[in-house]
Design a protein around this ligand. Structure first.
Ligand code: SF4
Ligand code: SF4
Length: 223
């Protein structure tokens, strides 16, 4: 799913501060955000009415319709959906200012509690069928679509990861080879794919704030 990291509380607050009266948050983890904002406003002795709502999906107009009547009561909307969801919300309710509470970062999976790993860059030309279900666009630091660069470090690590001092990112093509071999499909690796023009391909990991120290410790102990 799309992964995001909550914006700093002060940034969120400054975007909605101008709107006296009530605000509304939509989407997951709204209660934590509401509690944090409520505390902040309480410390400032400011009276703000905050209300949270969760809908199934913000990227689908059928679900946004549920908010038509509710939204009328509020001065602005604060969304915890991805950038696409925020834009869709703004398109539905053009008369209300809509603010993002999230920095949308990646399409990924939950690797551990609070740690997300990017797995797809929505390239629009999916090659997973040929690569054993491992995405070379995201997981190869050079975004290579046709085999490894030759810099795979012994043990199957990516040379870019090792150069950066993080000895914990596997070479995507090493993993693709091993996966296809395991499935007795190694001939798939010979399919020639059109190269993609990608930059900044190092696979990103998104660590939620409370888990940062734990993750940094883990990364240091791996190097
Ligand atoms: S090849 Fe990778 S980036 Fe492209 S759609 Fe498939 S998983 Fe996503
Ligand atoms: S070592 Fe592997 S993952 Fe790293 S850039 Fe080369 S082919 Fe890509």
């Amino acid at each position: 799913m799309v992964k995001g990291k909550r914006k700093p509380l002060e940034e969120i607050k400054s975007s909605i501060d101008a709107f006296v009266g009530s605000e509304m948050c939509i989407r997951d983890r709204t209660n934590t955000l509401k509690a944090d904002l409520t505390l902040l406003y309480k410390q400032e002795k400011a009276r703000k009415g905050l209300k949270t709502f969760t809908i199934e999906r913000q990227c689908n107009m059928q679900f946004l319709v549920e908010l038509d009547e509710i939204v009328k009561e509020y001065d602005c909307l604060l969304s915890m959906a991805c950038g696409a969801g925020v834009q869709h919300l703004a398109e539905r309710f053009t008369q209300k200012p809509v603010f993002p509470a999230i920095n949308t970062v990646a399409i990924g999976v939950d690797r551990e509690i609070g740690i997300y790993e990017e797995n797809c860059r929505a390239c629009g030309e999916c090659v997973l069928a040929y690569t054993g279900g491992i995405c070379p666009a995201t997981r190869c630091a050079k975004g290579l679509f046709n085999g490894p660069c030759g810099g795979t470090i012994k043990g199957g690590l990516c040379e870019v990861s090792v150069c950066k001092g993080w000895n914990d990112i596997p070479c995507a093509w090493h993993d693709i080879y091993e996966r296809l071999k395991e499935q007795n499909r190694l001939d798939y690796i010979l399919n020639i794919q059109t190269p993609m023009q990608w930059q900044n391909q190092v696979q990103r990991t998104i660590v939620q704030e409370p888990y940062e120290s734990r993750y940094i410790q883990k990364r240091h102990s791996a190097s």
